[in-house]
Design a protein. Sequence first.
Length: 226
Amino acid sequence: MNTFNQMKEKFEKVFTREQAEVLSTAINDAYSDLVKTGDFNELKDIVKDLAVKVGALAEAQKELTEAQKRTEKELHELVVDHRETRRQLGGIADTVGYGLEDKIIPFMPDYVKKNYGMEAARVERKNIVYPNGRFDELNIYVEGTKDGKNAFAVGECKSQPGKKDIDKFHEMSERVRTVLKGEIFLFIVGYSFDPEVDGYIRENYPHIGIVKSYTFDLEYKRVGSQ
């Protein structure tokens, strides 16, 4: 005797035959829809497999986080090294610039007289200080007169000037004009000028003189020389 018939017999002791059959049928149908043992075991296997994969994903995420930390550390060290390299290169550039200034300053009185008609009264490096407390350092500053009026010559020294150097020099000269009262002549000195930079100056800043450092020995008199 199967389970259905057993249930039906038990229900018939309490209910009518028709009621017992309805109850037995309903319970049997509900039982058939429940998850069977085999299905439940399969579900457990799926959950277990999923848990393994989640664990592996978490481990991979941990390794990725550690790798990211190492990369950030290495990137930081690279940035620090880059800054130090730039600082050292800047120091070298300053040294080269000062070398040019030291070489050229003795020729300045003759240079400004021949090129600008100026009579030089003072030649030096100079800091121009503004009312807001900021300042610009002038590589070469010549103070004098032209036709009895105040005149100035301002020079920038770079080993091999680039376009950005020219732009910055022009911007600085505009600030300087707010302080120096008189005619101002501008020039930039370099060991060499890239043809593109030379053309850039002539096209955009024709008022800035282009001077190659070796010409001073060839064309101008040094202060104190005969």
